[in-house]
Design a protein around this ligand. Structure first.
Ligand code: SRM
Ligand code: SF4
Length: 562
């Protein structure tokens, strides 16, 4: 029996089988899309849909009366940057076809939620006609490439965005079916030999064993959580100019409850490269994942496991063999903090930018707080650049100084302050969507975190810690979409109303936290943590952060400076 299991574990996963059979990724998507009598896509087509940036979901609040299928669509927005025209397209499509909200993701993209089947085709067509797309936003390919969203004093953000866009383009799969399904509405002829034999020049016939993620960061702000990416580039400046990048490889956070073989991992720093080497290096790292990732077990298929099992030295040597040249050694760097800039500031070119807090990344209108309407009016009247942040907030950039006060007034008229936008705790928090859209959610997240933070704020106020920032992140399951394993306090859904509690991340999000309690019930969470917070308030050294205090006293770790 054991032998049989071992043998079956060696078989390629079902995803590998279907990719091999239909390498254009067309499935029968167009057929189902054009058939109003069918309310869902087949299991296999759901896998192909991911490569097109689309997830089939059902409204979990309505399951008692049967499954109501809805679709989530994720944009490809390198560095999270959109011009005002593009923003207005997203706004209009969310209003017309989605659930009236736009969800900023933890990788600087937008998601539409709650799209019904009849709206799926028109939404995709209109997005593409507006010269935007969703290619490779999901699936076994390179995902949205991240880049620092806040305008930097020396214009470094512009260079990094250009390089992130270059890498994003270089790692795009051809996905031959995308255009024919979503723009032409036509099913590819799967029996035609050019479709049967299609081979993507970079990815090959079966793409990657699993998703692949890339990001660019600039010290001292680790706003993209660089060490959680499969591929990372840390900008190195010399004499005030971009000299190149330190390469990081093999980060990732996803794990499964009860499966010790899955774990979060921080990336290794591999070496240094010049901007001219970026595309070569990116393609080579990706093809190492393509060739060495585990295609027999999707839980073990991320690049991080290749790094963990074969080691960083092996990786560097394999990479240099593929490149045909040696990388220089990594240069010194130091991250000091994570997170976003809030409020008005001035960029190097004299133009203004405004960092806006968006609760759990959800752009919507609610009583007394009309964020969606305000952003639409700002886009129409002032045409700023929209930059989505990896902490699910937004930066409005490239604003002429003359427009600053009008924008402040417009926001105030919609109930949105530009100063003191929210509390220190909320500014540093993140939650994944989970219920009611995510099929993998085990507990509430986005809908629950704001209320939990209010309870924390009460306790922190009583302990004299009111303005203390503690990075708190929550996810509805262990997959780690809001990167809870890097937080000072991470909540990970275990079952309805129950969470694992992880403690001990640092301000720069360069250190993994550790499991503190495995199964804490929702009403008890703050009470369970209160004794720790009391000790922290009493015994911390100077301005020591909660995560560092936990790490030093609870985990007996030597807290290194970032
Ligand atoms: Fe994620 C799956 C949402 C960032 C690790 N993620 C999902 C799905 C698509 C659920 C599914 O497979 O059915 C979620 C859709 C929920 C919904 O209703 O919208 C989902 N992930 C998100 C977003 C929207 C969370 C957010 O709060 O913003 C983020 C979209 C980013 C984007 O624009 O591309 C998002 N996901 C992440 C991150 C963070 C990151 O990339 O920086 C992680 C951890 C880092 C990593 O990849 O290791 C992450 N998501 C996962 C995993 C675990 C993968 C693994 O290695 O095991 C899954 C499950 C899977 O792929 O099977 C997953
Ligand atoms: Fe869904 Fe889990 Fe990701 Fe939250 S962490 S969005 S529950 S997959």
């Amino acid at each position: 029996m054991i032998e049989n299991n071992a043998a079956s574990e060696k078989k390629p996963t079902h995803n590998e089988v279907i990719k091999t059979a239909i390498p254009t990724l067309a499935g029968n998507i167009a057929g189902t899309l054009n058939d109003p009598a069918v309310d869902r896509f087949t299991e296999d087509d759901q896998q192909f849909l991911k490569f097109h940036g689309i997830y089939q979901q059902d409204d979990r609040d309505k399951r008692k009366t049967g499954k109501l299928f809805i679709w989530m669509i994720r944009g490809r927005i390198p560095g999270g940057v959109l011009n005002a025209r593009q923003y207005l397209v997203y706004d209009q499509l969310a209003t017309q076809f989605g659930n009236q909200t736009l969800r900023i993701t933890s990788r600087q993209s937008f998601q539409f939620h709650g799209v019904v089947k009849a709206g799926l085709g028109p939404l995709m067509k209109q997005l593409n006609e507006a010269m935007m797309d969703t290619i490779a936003a999901c699936g076994d390919v390179n995902r949205n490439v991240m880049s620092p969203p806040t305008p930097a004093r020396n214009g470094l953000d512009v260079q990094l965005l250009a390089d992130a866009t270059r890498v994003s383009e270089a790692l795009m799969p051809i996905t031959k079916a995308y255009h024919s399904i979503w723009v032409e509405g036509v099913q590819l002829d799967l029996s035609a030999s050019e479709n049967k034999e299609f081979v993507d020049p970079l990815y090959g016939k079966t793409y990657l064993p699993r998703k692949f993620k890339a990001a660019f960061a600039a010290t001292p702000v680790n706003d993209v959580d660089i060490f959680t990416n499969c591929l990372g580039y840390i900008a190195i400046e010399e004499s005030g100019k971009l000299a190149g990048y330190n390469l990081t490889v093999g980060g990732g956070l996803g794990r499964s409850h009860g499966n010790e073989e899955t774990y979060p991992r921080i990336a290794d720093v591999i070496g240094f490269l010049t901007p001219a080497q970026l595309v070569d290096v990116s393609k080579s790292v990706l093809t190492i994942h393509r060739d060495f990732g585990d295609r027999t077990n999707r839980k073990h298929a991320r690049l991080k496991y290749v790094l963990e099992e074969k080691g960083a030295l092996w990786f560097r040597s394999e990479l240099e063999t593929r490149l045909g040249y040696k990388l220089a050694d990594a240069k010194p760097f130091k991250f000091e903090r994570q997170g976003d800039h809030f409020g008005w500031d001035t960029a190097t070119d004299g133009r203004k930018f405004l960092g806006l807090y968006v609760e759990t990344g959800r752009i919507k209108d609610k009583d007394g707080y009309q964020l969606k309407s305000a952003l639409k009016l700002i886009a129409e009247r002032f045409k700023p650049e929209f930059r989505l942040t990896p902490s699910q907030n937004i930066v409005l950039a490239n604003i002429t100084p003359a427009d600053q006060s009008s924008i402040t007034q417009l926001l105030a008229d919609h109930g949105i302050p530009v100063e003191n936008q929210t509390t220190a705790l909320r500014r540093a928090s993140m939650a994944c969507p989970s219920m009611p859209t995510c099929g993998l959610g085990l507990a509430e997240s986005e809908r629950y975190l704001p209320e939990l933070l209010s309870r924390f704020e009460n306790v922190l106020g009583e302990l004299g810690l009111k303005d203390n920032e503690i990075i708190i992140r929550m996810t509805g399951c262990p997959n780690g979409c809001a990167r809870p394993y890097m937080a000072e306090i991470g909540f990970v859904g275990k079952a309805p109303g129950r969470y694992q509690v992880y403690l001990g991340g640092n301000e720069a999000c360069t250190r993994l936290n550790r499991l503190w309690k495995d199964n804490v019930k929702d009403p008890d969470i703050v009470a369970e943590l209160r004794p720790l917070l009391e000790q922290y308030a009493k015994n911390r050294i100077g301005s020591e952060r909660f995560g560092d205090w936990v790490s030093r006293t609870l985990w007996n770790e030597q807290v290194a400076a970032n």
